[in-house]
Ligand binder design. Structure first.
Ligand code: 13P
Length: 251
């Protein structure tokens, strides 16, 4: 049985003090969650977040990882460094990384391999831009991102991967894909390229999240969709009460 996974992507928000305070607020609100709950915090907050989450079932996540084990890569952080901080999940290929920092399907692939090799679980992000959507290219774009981003990985690797489908036009804009649309698009991905690459069983077992303006109001409807196995939450994950409503979507 796969377990739904709700992950907060804090992006570049919160100082250490603010991290402690926010997690302290979140902990009691999500203690009875049925889904897996992950907080992906900035690197500088990993240690305080880990301490603040101690004794809870929440998992610690980072927002990026480099592909090399070590070396002259100023500003980057390796998978082993994250492991040492007890990080379990790492977001890879977020559209903001692709848009502002030149991340490509090739670098996503390399980072994903490095994460898995170190024993981390990867949340690999894919999504189409508004332009691509309007040109009717959504499914092609997603298939290409997955084909290249997950190239060379095995069925076994897929167990440690979560895909986050985040339409770029829905991120931080207040515009969500309709639940039906998101469900259909994820279904096409799963039954198409993912099945082709990894087989039916692995494709069905893979958890695919929706992300993009998911909030306390629309989470229930999105999570009720059969193809949607979780959410990657930006803005709403920075408010304890909103995040808790999302995590408790099934209550
Ligand atoms: P918002 O929830 O703020 O739209 O962000 C979504 C996102 O990018 C999560 O990774």
């Amino acid at each position: 049985m796969k377990r739904d996974i709700i992950a907060g992507n804090w992006k570049m928000n919160k100082t250490q003090e603010e991290t402690k305070a926010l997690i302290k607020e979140i902990v009691p609100l999500v203690k009875d969650a049925n889904c897996e709950v992950v907080l992906c915090v900035p690197y500088t907050n990993l240690e305080v977040a880990r301490k603040a989450m101690r004794g809870t079932k929440m998992q610690l996540g980072a927002q990026n990882v480099h592909w090399a084990p070590k070396g002259a890569f100023t500003g980057e952080v390796s998978a082993e460094m994250l492991k040492e901080l007890k990080v379990k999940y790492v977001i890879i290929g977020h559209s903001e990384r692709r848009q502002y920092f030149g991340e490509t399907d090739m670098s996503v692939n390399a980072r994903t391999k490095a994460a898995l090799e170190a024993g981390l679980k990867a949340i690999v992000c894919v999504g189409e831009t508004l332009e691509q959507r309007e040109a009717g290219e959504t499914n092609r774009v997603l298939a290409e991102q997955i084909e290249k981003g997950l190239a060379g990985l095995t069925k076994k690797d897929l167990k440690n991967i979560v895909i986050a489908y985040e339409p770029v036009w829905a991120i931080g804009t207040g515009k969500t894909a309709t639940a039906e649309d998101a469900n259909e698009t994820i279904g096409v991905m799963r039954k198409g390229i993912i099945r082709q690459m990894f087989g039916k069983y692995a494709a069905n077992s893979l958890r695919i999240q929706y992300g993009g303006s998911m909030n306390a109001k629309n989470a229930k409807e999105l999570m009720a969709m059969p193809e949607i196995d979780g959410g990657l939450i930006g803005g709403a994950s920075l408010k304890a009460e909103d995040f808790a409503v999302i995590v408790n979507y099934d209550k």
